[in-house]
Ligand binder design. Structure first.
Ligand code: AKG
Ligand code: FE2
Length: 225
């Protein structure tokens, strides 16, 4: 077996090549809009899922919701207060959504982690964090062996939210309000494949209503479950 060099925190031609491919594909898609932000590659597309599909996914999340955990393994008292649901890869709708995300982005299905559902009720949030793995984190050696660095995140809003619940990119000074059925896709890495600190983001507290999302994180290599 080839020993993989630990380049998780630096520029990487292999990760840069994935970024190039996805960017070119998204730029060619007339249904997808680039959000204008000089330091972050981020795209949106409305009506990625229909109202019925969103309703089915909300019911699945309600049935399987558990308090969210962080990578450190502990439940977190105030950092990520939402409920999460590890979705069943074999579920026909979960499978179809994952396949549609891969078709739109050109990302490889086997590089994608299992779609994860989230539900935020009033006051719940996910404070500012990065989706890429900091290479000084205790869990990085394991992540490196199980698919390596995360590159793109795809997230779909499954409900309108009466107040709050925006996805905030504080270093880029913008936030995206939840719109049911809309997908947001961003590159957590810079074009050279190094982690991009401008990709830091948060789910702002829900002020009124309930927010549901599904998130899919992609790895640079096939994901080992
Ligand atoms: O719910 C959101 O708006 C953001 C979720 C998020 O950052 C994540 O799941 O990694
Ligand atoms: Fe995130």
């Amino acid at each position: 077996m080839n020993e993989i060099v630990d380049d998780g925190g630096t520029a990487s031609p292999a990760r840069a090549a994935i970024g190039d491919r996805v960017r070119e594909k998204l730029n060619r898609n007339p249904l997808v809009s680039r959000i204008d932000s000089p330091h972050l590659e981020i795209y949106g597309r409305q009506d990625f899922l229909g109202a019925e599909e969103c309703a089915v996914m909300r019911a699945i999340i309600d049935a399987g919701a558990q308090p969210s955990t962080l990578f450190t393994g502990r439940e977190n008292a105030d950092y990520r207060t939402s409920h999460s649901c590890n979705l069943d890869r074999e579920d026909p709708l979960v499978h179809a959504i994952s396949a549609r995300i891969c078709a739109m982005t050109g990302l490889e299905p086997d590089h994608g982690e299992t779609l994860q559902g989230q539900r935020y009720t009033q006051g719940q949030e996910y404070k500012v964090h990065c989706d890429y793995f900091p290479v000084n984190a205790s869990y990085w050696p394991d992540m490196r062996k199980t698919g390596g660095q995360r590159n793109w995140t795809a997230m779909i809003y499954l409900s309108p939210v009466e107040g709050g619940g925006e996805t905030h990119f504080p270093r880029c000074e913008f936030m995206v309000p939840p719109i049911e059925g809309m997908i947001l896709i961003w590159n957590n890495l810079k074009p050279d494949g190094a982690p991009n600190p401008y990709s830091l983001h948060a789910a702002r507290p829900v002020a009124q209503g309930t927010k549901y999302v599904v998130t899919k994180w992609f790895r640079e290599r096939p994901w080992v479950r």
